[in-house]
Design a binder for this molecule. Structure first.
Ligand code: FAD
Length: 336
C-alpha cells in the first residue's frame, strides 16, 4: 500500500504544479497516470508546440514546460505510479481513500485530487477494419515528434486544425518528403488562415490536397506501405506512403472516474469554486477535468485551481493548525 497525504490522479501540467503547491504546505503527493510518462496533453499531444500564454514565458515548448514543472516539483519528492489507470476508489473507516489501479496497485490518503484532464485518451479512429494491425507500424493518431517523419511520405486525414497545422508544418519545414492531406469534404473546420495556407501550398505543389475523399484501406506487409483513397466521384486509388496519420481528435472520456459517485456535467466533474471540492468531501477536481460557470480549459487556470485546492486540503487534514501564507521569496523552497 502506497501511503501519502494527497493522491493526485493525472500527472498533466496541473497535477504536477499541484505537487509544488502542496509541498510548500508540507503535504506529500503521489501521482497516478495511465500514460507511461508525465505531462498529460502537453507530452502526449503537442510536446513540440510552443505555448504563448504561460505567465512569465513569452513562449515555451509544451515538452519543456513539463520538464520545468518536474524540476519545480522535485524537491518535494512526489511518488509516481505511471502506465496504470486509476480504476476504483474506496473509503476506509478512518476517513481515508484507497485508490486502486488497473494493475491492482493500491494508494491510501486522506485527500484525492482528480487532475484527469480529458480523461483516458481515446483517439477517434477511421472505420478501417485492419487499422489496429498497423498501429505504431506506420499508423499514428498523434504527432509527438515531427522529426520522426523526416524524409518520409505521409498521408494525413482530417479537416480540423490539427490536420491542417501539421500538414503545413511538415511541408513548410521540408520535414516530410511528401505530404498528402485527405479530407472527406471540400470545406474545412480549421482556422481560415490555415485553410487558405493549405490551399496555397496545394497550388504550389507542396501539399497534395485530396478533398471529397476518405482513406478506406491500408496496405503493407507488417507495416504501412500504402493507403486506399476512395474519392466520392472518381472511385479508389492506391497511394504509396510510409505513414498514415488520421487526426480526427480525441474522444473525451472520463473513464472509470465517471462511476465514483461524483456529480458530473457533460463529461466533467462539478466543483465548488471556493476550493474546487467535489460533492464527495475530501475529493477535489482541478484542471481540464472540472466544470463550473465560466470555466476555461487553460493551463494557467488549472494552476490556480490546484493552488486553492491544496489550501483547503491542508485545512481538512489539519483542522487545528493555522496556515499562514508565506511567500517563496521569503521562505524559499524547503523540500522533504
Ligand atoms: C493541441 C493543443 C494545444 C493547446 N494549447 C494550449 C495553450 O496554448 N495554452 C493553454 O493554456 N492550454 C492549451 N491547451 C490545453 C492544455 O493542454 C490543457 O488545458 C492542459 O493539458 C490541462 O492539464 P491537466 O493537467 O488538467 O490535464 P491533462 O493534460 O489532460 O492531463 C491529465 C492526465 O490525467 C490522466 N488520467 C485521466 N484519467 C486517468 C485515470 N483514471 N487514471 C490515471 N490517469 C488518468 C491522463 O492520462 C493525463 O495524462 C492545448 C491543448 C491541445 C490539445
Amino acid at each position: 500500500m502506497i501511503q501519502t497525504d494527497i493522491i493526485i490522479i493525472g500527472a498533466g501540467p496541473v497535477g504536477l504544479f499541484t505537487v509544488f503547491e502542496a509541498g510548500l504546505l508540507k503535504l506529500r503527493c503521489h501521482l497516478i497516470d495511465s500514460l507511461p510518462q508525465p505531462g498529460g496533453q502537453c507530452s502526449e499531444i503537442y510536446p513540440k508546440k510552443p505555448i504563448y500564454d504561460i505567465p512569465g514565458f513569452p513562449s515555451v515548448l509544451a515538452g519543456d514546460l513539463i520538464d520545468n514543472l518536474m524540476e519545480q516539483a522535485a524537491p518535494f519528492k512526489p511518488g509516481f505510479t505511471l502506465g496504470e489507470a486509476a480504476m476504483t476508489i474506496d473509503k476506509t473507516d478512518d476517513y481515508k481513500f484507497i485508490v486502486t489501479t488497473v494493475k491492482g496497485t493500491k494508494h491510501e490518503a486522506p485527500i484525492v485530487m482528480i487532475a484527469g484532464g480529458l480523461g483516458v485518451f481515446e483517439p477517434r479512429k477511421p472505420p478501417i477494419d485492419t487499422i489496429d494491425n498497423y498501429e505504431d507500424k506506420g499508423v499514428e493518431y498523434i504527432i509527438k515528434d515531427p522529426e520522426f517523419y523526416r524524409g518520409k511520405r505521409v498521408v494525413i486525414a482530417g479537416g480540423g486544425d490539427s490536420a491542417l497545422d501539421w500538414s503545413i508544418f511538415l511541408a513548410e519545414k521540408n520535414i516530410a518528403k511528401e505530404v498528402v492531406l485527405v479530407h472527406r469534404s471540400s470545406s474545412f473546420r480549421g482556422h481560415l488562415d490555415s485553410v487558405q495556407k493549405v490551399i496555397d501550398m496545394a497550388g504550389d505543389g507542396r501539399i497534395s490536397l485530396v478533398t471529397e475523399a476518405e482513406v478506406t484501406g491500408i496496405t503493407g506487409d507488417g507495416k504501412v506501405e500504402g493507403v486506399v483513397i476512395t474519392h466520392q466521384k472518381d472511385g479508389e486509388i492506391l497511394r504509396e506512403t510510409d505513414h498514415f496519420i488520421p487526426l480526427f481528435g480525441l474522444k473525451p472520456s472520463l473513464g472509470p472516474i465517471a462511476d465514483w459517485g461524483l456529480e458530473i456535467d457533460k463529461n466533467a466533474i462539478k466543483v465548488d469554486t471556493l476550493d474546487y471540492s467535489t460533492n464527495i468531501p475530501g475529493i477535489y477536481a482541478i484542471g481540464d477535468v472540472n466544470t463550473y460557470e465560466n470555466k476555461l480549459k487553460l493551463i494557467l487556470c488549472g494552476f490556480h485551481e490546484g493552488t486553492l485546492a491544496v489550501q483547503s486540503a491542508f485545512a481538512r487534514i489539519y483542522p487545528d493548525k493555522k496556515n499562514i501564507l508565506k511567500y517563496t521569496t521569503v521562505n524559499g523552497v524547503n523540500g522533504f
